[in-house]
Design a protein around this ligand. Structure first.
Ligand code: BGC
Length: 736
């Protein structure tokens, strides 16, 4: 081939490939071209959609638990190919793919379905409940655990989790305190952000990540008297300073979606609340993902008394800013008509559809709609995943009392493990266990046998059930206790006593459990109380008679291993409470960051103490830490200034240990009455025995000393502020 022929060939092939490219461009719509920008793809697809297709994108139905032909075939056939989303109750990628195929091949435009699910504290590798996670004060670990959940879920066909729940909650009667990170706004913000990062990573299209959902926007944790689904009374001040901060941080962290709440906020339901959904979330904060209603929350606007029928409920929720209807069948039935009647504008509809499509594009669903089929053992319970869950469970355990160093146990030849929780697997997983299998968990009894192998004989007896009046097991329990050198009594709550629709009127343990403990106390042996629950418990009768008390919350699959590690000394406990343990139920709501009162020295209860049994932040270690004085880089600062405050902490005990330093601020004199103290930062570090570590809080005056007005604006006043760590504080003067 001579030079000219070569050049002509080159031109010919360039021409042919350009033609082929042109051809492809003409045949393949822009929205299907992975190389195009997400916004262009969204716009292109939207321009091709009919009203009905748009409306269908805004609905979420459910897809059942298994692929059993009797039970699944119909539902798969019933699901419209144009549906926007499904709640996916299965862990089988094959089933997802079957349904997705229908959407891709039978809908006119081939729009993939987004599959959502409640992956709350793990998918198959269930790790501790969120309330416990916060007691670890280790957001890095929580991020890792959420990444494990994301990987297991996405590889099983789930693209989107309805998590994290970042509802500040101060009433332990409410079953859902288990699902959030406790009573403090900053704590909820930090752990909410950690989970968003763990779920989403840097790229939603990563086949091991899922989209997150901040819920329940907003104020659900303030449900009156701890009853579920009811009303809340929240002032603007409290809304902005207590309930909003975790959501603002979650949105800043890039959470793809939010879920509207069931409750009303001083009369306006979260699901019809234009101010918080449209004005604040979308306009002020610029969130460009979508909001899904809670399950049935749109049609519930009727019983809530703000809509006369489902159509009006659809209108109110949609115009307020709820883009996706979770199991109400209200948008699919009424939204089209509402648009045709001019009650919902085309612009608003288009904006809603764009938000849903945007998240789908970001998840890569248009380019990879199907989940790669893998074996369960390739995605579940991987050694690395189990190690993260176990470490998180270890760090979540809070040692509440340890009289005369009862723990760690040593020199015992016979150990009795008694109580309804002693050999339970099921209840250790807590509520919202996703695809968790109790058989994967180790009981406390099993774990202790292993840890004490060759050192002590471990004997077990239930003694009684979690509730009821059957005392027939007491005798055997007493016999086992009498023949031991120490008694570990494992009490607590059934898994179903917390979570959604699981309120209790008292946070005390059922009487039969308390009685069992009192009977065992009579044996005169060291008595160690191990608790498992989804909420703080009322322990005032039990506390004085126990030598040691620890709570393992609901630890998930690691089960009894971490707590057995603490009892045997394999693990040095480092958890601290993320929620106050009241002295008794009658103190509720009781939380550390209450406002200043008119007569702090008076106004006490006449019949019970007015202080909690265990404060927020309480938690013991097997070592001791000595805090030095706080040192500030400057004692005067401008409102836009920065200050660094340091505190040295020395491990003065005889074992290595992890310590969390909680940094609080207070503003004793302000235009409005502010909380007695507010957590603004925390840090956990390992400190070797004899070693001193310096902890440092970099203060941004406006961010950390400021307050949010009832219009949602952050401001800082001139005056004296205090930075507080334990009983030490330093005064900082702020002036212009
Ligand atoms: C709960 C949500 C949950 C949803 C889907 C609702 O009842 O309040 O937290 O995500 O159901 O299961």
């Amino acid at each position: 081939m001579n030079r000219y022929t070569k050049i002509s060939c080159l031109f010919l092939s360039l021409f042919l490939s350009a033609a082929a490219y042109g051809q492809r461009k003409k045949d393949v719509p822009l929205y299907k071209d992975a190389k195009q920008a997400v916004e262009d793809r969204v716009q292109d697809l939207l321009s091709r959609m009919t009203l009905e297709e748009k409306v269908m994108q805004l609905n979420q139905y459910t897809l059942g638990r298994n692929d059993n032909a009797n039970n699944m075939a119909d539902p798969v056939n019933d699901i419209p190919a144009e549906i926007g989303s499904l709640i996916y109750f299965s862990s089988d990628p094959g089933l997802r793919n079957k349904v997705q195929k229908k959407a891709m091949e039978q809908s006119r435009l081939g729009i993939p379905i987004i599959f959502g699910y409640d992956v709350i504290h793990g998918f198959r590798t269930v790790y501790p409940i969120s309330l416990a996670q916060a007691c670890s004060w280790n957001p890095v670990l929580v991020e890792q655990a959420c990444a494990v959940a994301a990987q297991e879920a996405r590889m099983s066909g789930v693209d989107w989790t309805f998590s994290p729940m970042i509802d500040v909650a101060r009433d332990g009667r409410w079953g859902r305190v288990a699902e959030g990170y406790g009573e403090d706004p900053y704590t909820n913000a930090v752990f909410g952000v950690a989970s968003v990062k763990g779920y989403q990573g840097n790229d939603l299209s990563d086949p091991a990540r899922v989209a997150a959902c901040l819920k329940h926007y907003i104020g659900y944790g303030a449900s009156e008297a701890g009853r579920d689904y009811v009303y809340t009374e929240i002032s603007d001040q409290t809304l902005w300073n207590t309930y909003m901060p975790p959501y603002l941080e979650g949105v800043k962290a890039g959470a793809a979606t939010l879920m509207s709440s069931f409750n009303d906020i001083s009369g306006t339901p979260g699901t019809a609340n234009r101010y918080i959904l449209r004005d604040v979330l979308k306009e002020r904060w610029g969130h460009d993902g979508f909001v899904v209603s809670d399950w049935g929350a749109i049609e519930q606007l009727r019983p809530q008394g703000v809509a006369k029928d489902k159509k009006e409920a659809a209108l109110k929720a949609f115009t307020a800013g709820v883009e996706m209807d979770m199991m109400n069948k209200s948008y699919d039935t009424h939204l089209g008509a509402l648009v045709k009647e001019g009650k919902v504008s085309e612009d608003m509809l288009n904006d809603a559809v764009k938000r849903v499509l945007r998240v789908k594009f970001r998840l890569g669903l248009f380019d990879r709609p199907y989940t790669q089929v893998s074996k369960e053992k390739e995605r579940f319970l991987l050694p690395k995943s189990l190690a993260i869950a176990e470490r998180l469970a270890e760090e979540s355990i809070v040692l509440l009392k340890n009289k005369n160093k009862t723990l760690p146990l040593s020199g015992v030849a016979k150990l009795a493990v008694i109580g309804p929780m002693a050999n339970s697997k099921w209840h250790l997983l807590g509520s919202w266990r996703a695809q968790g299998n109790a058989e994967d968990a180790t009981t406390v009894y099993e774990a202790l046998k292993k840890d004490f192998q060759g050192k002590a004989q471990v004997m077990q007896a239930a003694g009684c059930d979690f509730d009821g009046n059957d005392r027939s097991g007491f005798e055997e329990a007493k016999k086992v206790g009498a023949s031991s050198d120490a008694i570990i009594i494992c009490l607590g709550e059934k898994a179903q006593w917390s979570g959604e629709n699981a309120s209790r009127s008292t946070i005390a343990l059922p009487q039969i459990q308390e009685e069992l403990l009192m009977e065992l106390k009579k044996l005169g042996k060291p008595l160690i109380l191990v608790l498992s629950s989804g909420r703080p418990l009322e322990l005032n009768r039990l506390e004085p008679v126990c030598d040691a008390i620890l709570t393992m919350w609901q630890p998930g699959i690691p089960g009894g291993k971490p707590v057995s590690g603490v009892i045997s000394g394999r693990v040095n406990p480092s958890g601290k409470l993320s929620m106050t343990f009241p002295y008794s139920t009658g103190q509720i709501p009781i939380y550390y960051n209450h406002r200043q009162s008119a007569r702090p020295h008076q106004g006490k209860y006449q019949d019970i103490p007015s202080t909690p049994l265990y404060d927020f932040g309480h938690g013991l270690s097997y070592t001791t830490f000595e805090y030095g004085e706080l040192k500030a880089s400057v004692l005067k600062a401008r409102p836009d200034g920065k200050i660094a405050v340091e505190v040295p902490v020395k491990n003065t005990g005889d074992t290595d240990g992890m310590e969390t330093v909680h940094w609080f601020i207070s503003d004793p004199v302000s235009t409005i009455s502010r909380p007695v103290k507010e957590l603004k930062y925390f840090e956990k570090q390992l400190i070797k025995k004899g070693e001193t570590k310096v902890f440092r809080f970099e203060i941004d005056v406006k961010r950390d000393f400021g307050f949010v007005s009832n219009q949602g604006k952050k401001y800082v006043e001139d005056g004296d502020y205090y930075v507080i760590v334990k009983d030490k504080k330093v005064k900082i003067e702020v002036g212009r």
